[in-house]
Design a protein around this ligand. Structure first.
Ligand code: ARG
Length: 459
């Protein structure tokens, strides 16, 4: 097969060398974007008079045929033709004849490939934003059901203070909100057009970059042709936003895995999101949560991979940059899949309310209440902390909890303790009273849920 750039070559590479250099096995993912970019380009070539209207119409017809064939999965790619751009150009010429060769006037694969990836990410990031929102909705609905469900809150994975389960779930809602905002913000930089930058220096033809940008729905154009074809920071930004998002999902995965263990028994994942063991009949494993925690690794890897590819590259295009694609495709697939799974997992999970509440009653996570109680009566908090610490120690020695100590012991510890401490020790009261802004008090959680609903409805 004749190479489209074969003019200055006297011999061709062996097949295995071609194969090593080719990107068609993965960049065929960009087929629709490439064709859209070409349609915009050829439209502009005609309206600027660089080629005739008649030639442009023929080329456009050919491109449309290819678009339809691509949709139907009827295109046959060849490794010999290296990448999606050269494959499509060659197919176009097969359909429309030599006039197809005019399509590449005033264009290089360098601005072409960058354009394709901008178009691709624009649409995929838009989709991912939707998926984030779906998961936020699931979390919000679950949280709303569990505003008054008590659970132990942890620091150092040690029981710390009782909290509302709804509050815990809403923590992830807000993390996802920031993830979503980062993605939305990044669209500003994704949605600019490199097309018309040429190989690196622009072109002698009287092209109209604003027209192609407009036709492709871009908000503007790259100001510098070298920058346009040689930076991939818009992909890095996506990979980095995705890494942060996956980090959040991974933490929630870890919590789901813990909570569904025999040791915690706080939730039960629905059968449709769990798997069994081939040997142990009793097993119900939280595979999907584990897999998402695991897949976070590959997303970080894709970010570090591309950062490393780019770090030493002189301007402008270098073939190294062909390595920008697989990590991007893989990340899109991984993030979208993880978000979809999570939304289903959250909305179908069973919350073992009684188990959770029982846990708040069989620990010392109400100790802060007692210290607050004393400091409310004017005792310096440090002193109150010490007194309550001693009471906890006494309980540990006696093998009981704070609520089990008789008032007498409290009076011995400090005369300001009164009968009402038992109410203060009740975890439901402890949670309810944490009414500071953003706290776990039921009123605060309800208010946060209302705020979140407004945010979700005002996109
Ligand atoms: N397949 C190439 C890539 O993905 C397209 C750009 C090739 N440009 C070039 N000058 N060889 O990077």
């Amino acid at each position: 097969m004749k190479k489209l750039w074969g003019g200055r070559f006297t011999k061709s590479a062996e097949e295995w060398v071609d194969e090593f250099g080719a990107s068609i096995s993965f960049d065929q993912e960009l087929v629709q974007e490439d064709l859209e970019g070409s349609i915009a380009h050829v439209t502009m070539l005609a309206s600027t008079g660089i080629i005739s209207e008649d030639e442009a119409a023929k080329i456009k017809d050919g491109l449309k045929v290819l678009k339809q064939k691509a949709e139907q999965g009827e295109l046959q790619y060849s490794v010999k033709l290296e990448d999606i751009h050269l494959n499509l150009e060659s197919m176009l010429t097969d359909i429309v004849g030599p006039v197809g060769g005019k399509l590449h006037t005033a264009r290089s694969r360098n601005d072409q490939v960058a354009t394709d990836m901008h178009l691709y990410l624009r649409s995929e990031v838009g989709q991912i934003i939707q998926f984030v929102e779906e998961l936020q909705k699931s979390l919000l609905e679950k949280a709303e059901e569990h505003v008054e469900t008590l659970m132990p809150g942890y620091t150092h994975l040690q029981r710390a203070q009782p909290i509302s389960f709804g509050h815990h779930l809403m923590a992830y809602f807000w993390m996802l909100q920031r993830d979503k905002e980062r993605l939305i913000e990044s669209l500003k930089r994704i949605n600019i057009s490199p097309l018309g930058a040429g190989a690196l220096a622009g072109t002698t033809f009287p092209i109209d970059r604003l027209q192609t940008a407009d036709l492709l729905g871009f908000d503007g154009i790259y100001e510098n042709s070298l920058d346009a074809v040689s930076d991939r920071d818009f992909i890095l930004e996506f990979l980095s936003n995705s890494s942060i998002l996956m980090m959040h999902l991974s933490r929630l995965s870890e919590e789901f895995i813990l909570w569904s263990s025999q040791e915690f028994q706080f939730i039960e994942l629905d059968d449709s999101f769990a798997t069994g063991s081939s040997i142990m009949p009793q097993k119900k494993n939280p595979d999907m949560a584990e897999l998402i925690r695991g897949k976070t690794g590959r997303v970080y890897g894709n970010l570090v991979g591309l950062l490393t590819v780019l770090k030493g590259l002189p301007l402008a295009y270098n073939k190294d940059m062909q390595e920008d694609k697989e990590g991007m495709f893989d990340t899109v697939k991984t993030v979208a899949g993880s978000l979809k799974i999570f939304a289903g997992m959250v909305s179908t999970m069973k919350v073992k309310k009684q188990q959770m509440e029982k846990a708040t009653k069989t620990d010392f996570s109400n100790a802060t209440e007692l210290a607050d109680y004393l400091s409310d009566k004017g005792i310096p908090f440090r002193e109150a902390h010490e007194i309550v610490g001693k009471l906890v120690l006494l309980c540990v020695e006696k093998g009981c909890y704070l609520g089990d100590l008789p008032l007498e012991e409290y009076k011995n510890a400090h005369p300001q303790f009164n009968e009402d401490i038992y109410e203060v020790l009740d975890p439901a009261n402890a949670v309810q009273r944490r009414n500071s802004a953003g706290g776990t008090g039921f009123k605060q959680v309800e208010a946060a849920i209302e705020k979140a609903k407004v945010i979700l409805n005002h996109k």
